[in-house]
Design a protein around this ligand. Structure first.
Ligand code: NAD
Length: 356
């Protein structure tokens, strides 16, 4: 049986905790902002060391979804859910049945989907309990679109740094070759890049070996790889005071959410003349694809075209960042906040100077 508690968190519309002692999990749903529409964001299952870690994660991920959906021009707000539980041992069917009831309890302000450690099959179980679930319809797995969006973002970044969108010959070091990183690696090899990869999951390394050639780097060494592009496609917080001085790349662009441990880490990347492509701008392809099945007949071609427009968004962020000498993450947040403010019918004085 689920037990729900409403939590009062400044800056968030609604944050709800769900405890289930029978199945043995705690979940949180954070609805950051629904100005643009119902909050759409995936559900992450992770064996968080403690509750605070899970809670911090859901808040950061949820806010990022507001920015992502706003920058992508979607009529969707930002929200996210996380489940604290052991993916290896938990009874998945019971877990996702109860998680589905939790989502239903929220009454439609939050629409869920997959994220790390949560599969389409899990979402089908969720769909047995609630209508507020995306990705079980025609649009299918969002990951190929996420990977394609990162690829388009990378082309825009390469044009700025190397003078051409042509990626031929660039060396890209990818951290994590799961659903998104693996697909990105294939796209990049197809474009003539040299790839170095690190992953802690041997199955994912071996799966990729059957498809493309790459250099394998040990997980701890990927940050130090001598490359043109570092592509974080695993978990968040990878760009921080300890790792940024070790980077030997000109561009950082990947699928992982919350790559910067702190927002001020963007300033250090700018100071080191490393072009950081804000994660929530680059990795919107999956959510763009999902949005193409909400309230309309799904058309994969349209989803691909809308995903390709991520390149335009990245060019705009880079232009403003270059002009105003501001970190790209700050510019992207300002642009997203302007979209939300405009929808509310107000202006955001804090951000207007960045978009003149
Ligand atoms: P995934 O679980 O399929 O892949 C992640 C990979 O990273 C796994 O192979 C895992 O073994 C590896 N990994 C974990 N820790 C590592 C480490 N320390 N070093 C090296 N490898 C490590 O997940 P995914 O769907 O590819 O998502 C990756 C990231 O992209 C996540 O942050 C996710 O939130 C984000 N994201 C995914 C999508 C999507 O459509 N799947 C959309 C937007 C954002």
């Amino acid at each position: 049986m689920n037990t729900y508690s409403e939590l009062d968190v400044e800056g968030y519309e609604r944050v709800v905790r769900c405890d289930n002692d029978v199945v043995g999990f705690t979940a949180w749903a954070a609805i950051h902002d629904t100005t643009l529409g119902p909050a759409l964001g995936g559900c992450r299952l992770w064996n968080y060391t403690d509750e605070q870690e899970a809670f911090t994660d859901v808040l950061r991920l949820s806010r990022g979804m507001t920015y992502k959906n706003a920058l992508a021009g979607l009529a969707l707000g930002g929200g996210k859910s996380v489940i604290r539980g052991d993916p290896q041992t938990i009874d998945r069917r019971a877990l996702f049945e109860n998680f589905g009831r939790f989502v239903d309890h929220l009454g439609g302000i939050y629409i869920t989907a997959e994220d790390v450690n949560v599969t389409l099959a899990d979402m089908e179980v969720v769909a047995g309990q609630t209508a507020y679930v995306a990705t079980v319809g025609a649009s299918g797995n969002p990951s190929p679109f996420t990977a394609f969006g990162v690829y388009c973002a990378l082309q825009a970044a390469a044009a700025q740094v190397f003078g051409s969108e042509d990626l031929t010959g660039l060396k890209v070091a990818i951290q994590g070759v799961g659903e998104t990183g693996g697909r990105l690696a294939e796209l990049l090899v197809g474009a003539g890049c040299k790839i170095a990869v690190a992953d802690i999951n041997e199955d994912n390394i071996n799966r990729l070996r059957h498809k493309i050639e790459f250099e394998r780097i040990e997980a701890e060494g990927i940050i130090d790889a001598d490359c043109d592009v570092f592509s974080p496609c695993a978990l968040g917080g990878i760009l921080n005071a300890e790792t940024i001085p070790r980077l030997r790349c000109r561009i950082v662009a990947g699928s992982a959410n919350n790559q910067l441990l702190h927002e001020q880490d963007g300033e250090e990347l700018l100071r080191r003349n490393i072009l950081y492509i804000p994660d929530f701008a680059a990795n919107a392809g999956g959510v763009i694809n999902i949005s193409c099945e909400i309230g309309q007949a799904y058309d994969p071609q349209k989803a691909r075209e809308k995903t390709a427009a991520i390149g335009n968004c990245i060019r705009r962020i880079i232009d403003i960042s270059t002009r105003d000498k501001l970190p790209t993450n700050r510019v992207a947040i300002a642009l997203a906040e302007e979209v939300v403010a405009a929808s509310k019918g107000g202006n955001s004085p804090k951000t207007s100077s960045t978009t003149r």
